[in-house]
Write a protein that binds this ligand. Structure first.
Ligand SMILES: [Zn+2]
Length: 220
């Protein structure tokens, strides 16, 4: 585990930063694909967690969620509008834009459905962070914002990695994976305007430069 800020850690992964999982004030945020279970359990050994939350219900963020909640007895929290996808078998893949790549890889990564104990909405508190509704990539996509030290965990609203090369690069999520790319841009602009001192992504290394974010969204 790698400490990024107070009460915010990033789990190690391979390749580094490819699929990020965080522990945020005792809450496990996202769970990678369904192959991530061992990686999570190994790194969480000896820690007490209170809940497992999702930025959004996509196969590379909820893959191990059912298994980890069962194993550690954690309640699952996610965005209110993504909860039906998380709770209904087959619904996560059904909600993704149709594309051969999604149809090929998604079914291997996606995790089983699981009951959602808490449907998160704008303004809720999770692990010391405030919930921001940032729809577009999925309908119920959430970001987590901590004003006091300006730390942002933004899921897949933006990525800091090129999907094919794996090199760090600030980008929009691939359009083939986003339900509504225009709406996602509006969410990205809203987040950039917060001028986070530290931005943590679902994919790619953390960014400690609020001007880069602002410059990026100014091109939309
Ligand atoms: Zn993702």
């Amino acid at each position: 585990m790698h400490r990024l800020a107070e009460d915010l850690e990033l789990l190690d992964g391979f390749p580094p930063f490819s699929v990020n999982i965080y522990v945020m004030g005792g809450v496990l945020v996202d769970s990678g694909t369904r192959f991530a279970l061992r990686r999570i359990v190994r790194q969480l050994r000896g820690r007490s967690l209170t809940a497992h939350a999702l930025t959004h219900a996509h196969p590379d963020h909820q893959g191990a969620s059912h298994a980890i909640c069962e194993l550690l007895g954690l309640p699952l929290w996610c965005g209110a509008a993504d909860a039906p996808a998380m709770e209904t078998a087959g619904e996560i893949m059904a909600r993704m834009p149709p594309h051969w790549l999604t149809a090929t890889v998604g079914p291997h990564w996606v995790g089983p459905s699981h009951p959602v104990s808490r449907r998160l909405r704008e303004g809720d508190e999770v692990g010391g962070f405030r919930v921001l509704e940032t729809p577009g990539h999925t309908v119920g996509h959430l970001s987590f914002w901590r004003e006091q030290d300006r730390v942002l965990v933004l899921g897949d609203v933006l990525a800091n990695m090129h999907i094919w090369t794996g090199l760090p690069q600030l980008r929009e999520p691939q359009r083939i994976f986003s339900l509504d790319p225009a709406m996602n841009r509006r969410s990205a602009s809203r987040l950039a305007e917060l001028q986070p001192r530290l931005t943590c992504f679902g994919h790619g290394p953390p960014l400690r430069d609020p001007r880069r974010l602002l410059k990026f969204v100014s091109r939309f």
